[in-house]
Ligand binder design. Structure first.
Ligand SMILES: Nc1ncnc2c1ncn2[C@@H]1O[C@H](COP(=O)(O)OP(=O)(O)OP(=O)(O)O)[C@@H](O)[C@H]1O
Length: 304
């Protein structure tokens, strides 16, 4: 189990993290989501010891994390940490050896992961000559090549094509099934919803909601999502209706988010006032909708 417990961090006057607390269990895929600047990268850097926390503690298997335990983590940093002029295979073997693998183990692991990640033909090429997506595959191989017990990945899916997304997803799932706690940050919320066992939503350096997506849906602050097909309605017709926190157009429908506990009758009346209403159905909010709702709620709470 990887535990982040009450971690705080300032950069000068900026409070990047405030009492950041969450844990990732063995065999669990944890999605770490939040707006730009929310504190995800800072948290991951502290887990890896690249940055020191001002307060709080990171624990692995119940013990404060130290250099030896950190070597058991596979890390994909946001700034990506490869040597641009080194050949792919050489680099992976070097990184595995740096983490204590023998030369033979390093060679076998480099071959295994480059094959698994579809970059076996690139092993002799300099990293800087690869496309960005392929560099990212090498970066994932670099995080895996020492057979880590834990994975911490900063936006591993950004910039990947759909095939690479599938490969990355399958590899992360496999690592979980092998018992590793895996945490990754992402702005691709559909992907996070599809892939993750649990999700943590971070805002202004603190965790404001965490759990399975269905738990977040059932939470006190979760609103309702209503799909309305009112063909004669003008754009923005739902915006001023009491209880509505967001609305957007999806194909020919309006998808409306209602504040938790808000009544849908005002919305129905507003829809009927525009002309015929062909559909008025509640649907389970997606993680994207829950995220917007959570953010909106906090903004309102913060403004109050
Ligand atoms: N080296 C630094 N010096 C000063 N401020 C920093 C530094 N690194 C991050 N910050 C600030 O700390 C806060 C948290 O940044 P962080 O990079 O952790 O967010 P993030 O959630 O990873 O964002 P993104 O989704 O944009 O990658 C932001 O306000 C950011 O501007």
């Amino acid at each position: 189990m990887l535990e982040i417990d009450g971690v705080s961090k300032r950069y000068g006057t900026i409070r990047a993290l405030r009492d950041m607390t969450f844990s990732v269990r063995p065999g669990e895929l944890f999605g770490f989501v939040g707006a730009n600047g929310a504190g995800k990268t800072t948290t991951m850097r502290i887990v890896l010891g690249v940055l020191a926390a001002d307060a709080g503690e990171v624990r692995l298997e119940g013990r404060p994390i130290d250099a030896a335990r950190r070597r058991r983590i596979g890390y994909m940093p946001e700034e990506r940490g490869l040597y641009p002029k080194m050949a792919v295979g050489e680099q992976l073997r070097y990184l595995a050896e740096l983490h204590g693998r023998s030369a033979a183990e390093a060679k076998a692991a480099a071959a295994r992961w480059t094959t698994r990640l579809g970059i076996a033909e690139r092993v002799g090429e300099e990293v800087q000559k690869l496309s960005l997506g392929n560099q990212q595959r090498v970066q994932l191989a670099a995080a895996l090549v020492h057979e880590p017990d834990v994975l911490v990945l900063d936006e591993p899916f950004s910039g990947l094509d759909p095939v690479a997304v599938d490969v990355m997803s399958a590899v992360l799932r496999e690592r979980c099934e092998a018992g590793a706690p895996v945490v990754f940050s992402s702005h691709q919320l559909e992907l996070v919803e599809r892939l993750c066992d649990r999700v943590g939503i971070v805002r202004d350096g603190t965790m404001i909601a965490q759990g399975r997506v269905d738990e977040l849906r059932a939470g006190d602050g979760a609103g309702a999502t209503v799909v309305v097909h009112a063909p004669d309605a003008l754009p923005g017709w739902a915006d001023a209706v009491p209880g509505v926190t967001a609305s957007r157009v999806e194909h020919d429908r309006t998808v409306v988010t209602l504040r938790a506990a808000a009544d849908d009758q005002a919305l129905l009346q507003a829809a009927l006032a525009t002309g015929p209403v062909r559909e008025f159905t509640h649907r389970r909010p997606s993680l994207t909708e829950l995220f917007r709702e959570t953010m909106g709620e906090r903004t309102e709470a913060g403004a109050a």
